[in-house]
Design a protein around this ligand. Structure first.
Ligand code: MLT
Length: 317
């Protein structure tokens, strides 16, 4: 069996695959045409990707492909429709990077509250400015609203409570009883969350229902000094409307890890009006980028590869 890994991947899992006798090509520089060429020439049965986009062009260029593994939670960088039309199975690794993403949410929230990136930048320029940060509020007793109470939203809740925050949340798939059992104040929808929260964090996939949900209408219901945090997907934001609101409302902050049209390549230029706004703190889609999360994802992908190698079947997580 042949496996192609076209993204940075856990070294321990790579060594395990090599020991198993599976033929492996590991090239994290592949994307676009170079990925299509490798899929044709090496003709793997299994393809593993993280950020790299897999389009119908790639599916059609793959004579032997049977199984695509997304080394992450979402599968939106894979054309799953084109894959299933060719009988190619697509699987993800849900829940394996939830803690890493939750940790980033807390880091972003604290960064906004204490203006840490600006303070660090000033010191690097040789400037001391204690007065600039006099507005920092503190987070104890403030309310965080969680939109999407899956694995990541729940990990955020646990950590926010440890800081003494009140937590409310909403999720169409989690009942009021289940929400309360998690120690989270139940809200029936995102609008209710928006009215009562000081910080709002989004943990939803990009679907027709969630696309553009961070928009002017949503922000109109929010408190004056609300902090919005998006570590889910760029597509859940109407970026033009959010930019407009940031320019209109001096108290609004936005912290994010994801952007519309963000690069699929690992490094390169990225000029983005939202990311450059003074009241936006952006990171580089690194929510899942901890050694702990990458090892957990690597082990889950490895489990699926070895099972598929043995039996041509796979038990999804
Ligand atoms: C995910 O879908 O789990 C993340 O976006 C993964 C990643 O950052 O690669």
């Amino acid at each position: 069996m042949k496996v192609l890994i076209a993204d940075l991947f856990s070294q321990a899992a790579i060594e395990e695959i090599q020991r198993s006798g599976i033929e492996l090509v590991y090239n994290h520089q592949l994307n676009g045409d170079s990925l299509a060429a490798e899929l044709t020439n090496f003709a793997p049965e299994i393809l593993v990707v993280r950020s790299t986009k897999v389009t119908s062009q790639h599916i059609n260029a793959s004579p032997a492909l049977e199984f695509i593994i997304r080394a992450g939670a979402g599968t939106d960088n894979i054309d799953s429709k084109a894959a299933s039309s060719k009988g190619i199975y697509v699987a993800n690794c849900p829940g394996k990077n939830s803690i890493a993403v939750a940790e980033l949410v807390l880091a972003l929230m604290l960064s906004v509250d204490r203006r840490i990136p600006e303070g660090v930048a000033l010191l690097k320029q040789g400037k001391w400015n204690k007065g600039l940060f006099a507005e920092c509020f503190g987070i104890k007793g403030r309310k965080i609203g969680i939109i999407g109470l899956g694995a990541i939203g729940r990990e955020v809740s646990v950590r926010a409570k440890s800081f003494g925050m009140d937590v409310c949340g909403t999720d169409p798939f989690v009942s009021p009883e289940q929400t309360r059992a998690l120690g989270i104040e139940y809200c029936s929808n995102a609008e209710e969350v928006s009215r009562i929260s000081d910080v709002i964090t989004f943990h939803v996939p990009a679907t027709p229902e969630t696309r553009g949900m961070i928009n002017s209408a949503f922000i109109a219901n929010c408190k004056e000094n609300v902090v919005l945090i998006n570590t889910s997907r760029g597509d859940i934001v109407n970026e033009q409307e959010l930019l407009h609101e940031l320019n209109q409302r001096a108290g609004l902050w936005y912290a994010c890890d994801v952007y519309q049209g963000e690069p699929a390549v690992k490094e390169g230029d990225f000029v983005h009006a939202l990311a450059q706004h003074p009241r936006v703190y952006g990171t580089h889609h690194i929510g899942a980028s901890t050694k702990q999360a990458e090892n957990a994802i690597g082990q889950e992908a490895l489990r699926m590869i070895l099972q598929y190698h043995r039996s041509r079947t796979v038990d999804a997580a």
